[in-house]
Design a protein around this ligand. Sequence first.
Ligand code: FAD
Length: 553
Amino acid sequence: MANPAIITVDDDPAVSRAVARDVRRRYGDRYRVVRADSGPAAMEALREIKLRGEQVAVMLADYRMPQMNGIQFLETAMDLFPTARRVLLTAYADTDAAIDAINIVDVDHYLLKPWNPPEEKLYPVMDGLLDAWLSTPASAEGDVRVVGHRWSAPSYKVRDFLARNLVPYRWVLADEPEGERLLSAAGLGPDAVPVVITPDGRSLATPAVGELAAHIGLSTTPASDFYDLVVVGAGPAGLGAAVYGASEGLRTVLIEQRATGGQAGQSSRIENYLGFPDGVSGAQLTERARRQALKFGAELITTCEAIGLAGGGSASRVLRVSDDSVIAAHTVVLATGVSYRKLSAPGLAELTGRGVFYGSAATEAPNCAGSEVYIVGGANSAGQAAVYFSRYARRVHMLIRGADLRQSMSQYLVEQIEAIDTIEVHPCTEVISGEGEDHLERLVLADASTGEKRTVRTSWLFVFIGAEPRTDWLSGVVQRDERGFVLTGADLLADGRRPVGWTLPRDPYHLESSMPGVFAAGDVRATSVKRVASAVGEGAMAVSLVHRYLEAQ
Ligand SMILES: Cc1cc2nc3c(=O)[nH]c(=O)nc-3n(C[C@H](O)[C@H](O)[C@H](O)COP(=O)(O)OP(=O)(O)OC[C@H]3O[C@@H](n4cnc5c(N)ncnc54)[C@H](O)[C@@H]3O)c2cc1C
């Protein structure tokens, strides 16, 4: 396997040579330095690297270039190598552009040219970026290949898991010559798919996500059996709690059943999060938060689902996790968010993962090219998905229960949708059934106001409805409202009386549940605001209450 690449792009030949020379001098033994003199030429080089299944660690691009400036290049390049670190090279006069770039493409650094001596001005920055890149799971993987069937729910599950954990992979169809060759080399037949082939040549047939996680460099078991704080769920609230907990010296472990980022990680563009006027993709926000939590010393455990919680005396709480082991801690933050409700229309359950998807399923977007795509839901998440899929699909149909999108969606998204000709909104419309042999082929829709039914041909249905908390495992342990959201603080006081079983001589703190020392933050909490910013804020606030709780112990 070739060394990972560092790509440098500058249209001035002398500068371009100098940049590549400085980079090669220090990193040439471990990284391959690829030099290009324009954005399009650099994109061409990146495509070749991608096709060869190789990695890119850092991209340095000059801001002022004809045809494609540095910001445009980095933005396009991110689609191919989302975890590569990004640096914009600017002259002093272009500082404003660099600041824009931070917002638009989330550059990691901008460097002013010239940078003599590189030992002071270039290498410390590059060292930091390479360390950051090396700590991403993606860097461990040169060329993960997934061999599977086009319409197979288990194959989709594997691809979705890799994509959400930002692990690049090559998708090979089992019935194509390359797929047949890989299966035969692995000594497996077509029934063994999905098969994941790791760069060291190991093949995993129909792997469970835990097994897969362990092979792609994600931690799946905690290093210790006792912590100050265990955070359950690595969405924005959990990541917020982990960053603040670890940075304030608490021994913190964050456990996540699936992939960091939660719902926010699925968002193609979050446009209302403070500090990102041009929006930020959920994947970028998640990746940054994940690195930040790790930098402060939080442990992050994936494919680990909390399945039970018990009080272990006044000083500890005990969490039981999916492999039946336990993690004990002084305190717990529940940040398990919500997940989409399933549509109950006949036929859809059998076709889930084979044309019917819950959430944005970004991995499928390129496969929707030229197709008719149906999206159910009228909230912001559905709106974002419609805008995103409209880049690929021939037409996107939004099926909403209400008469108008404005009843349920932010104004900025309604305006974006109205401006896209290929998105069609179908008010008062619901899905009656789904039909198809090995994948979704038809949907029967009904107009709720007239009762009129019609059948449409499509292979793609994405559902974004009725988010609900998955807190059954907390039944009888902490008090929840009738929909399963965790009650906290003043919501636990009925007519001023403290919750049953509460023994402390004080009321529960604002985010504290009915079990002292167990807090809830983000979407899972009853009466919370369902937003990224509020989830992050509650994660941070929960940690300050954890401190207050520990001090009083
Ligand atoms: C597609 C989409 C787009 C959105 N766009 C925006 C936007 O533009 N702006 C905005 O403000 N908000 C947006 N939202 C809403 C926002 O993402 C949520 O409000 C936010 O993610 C809530 O964060 P959270 O941490 O509370 O929960 P979640 O993000 O739901 O994360 C919870 C995590 O907990 C994990 N988990 C659940 N149960 C367990 C368990 N038992 N054990 C271990 N782990 C568990 C889950 O796997 C998940 O990763 C969007 C949501 C979606 C789906």
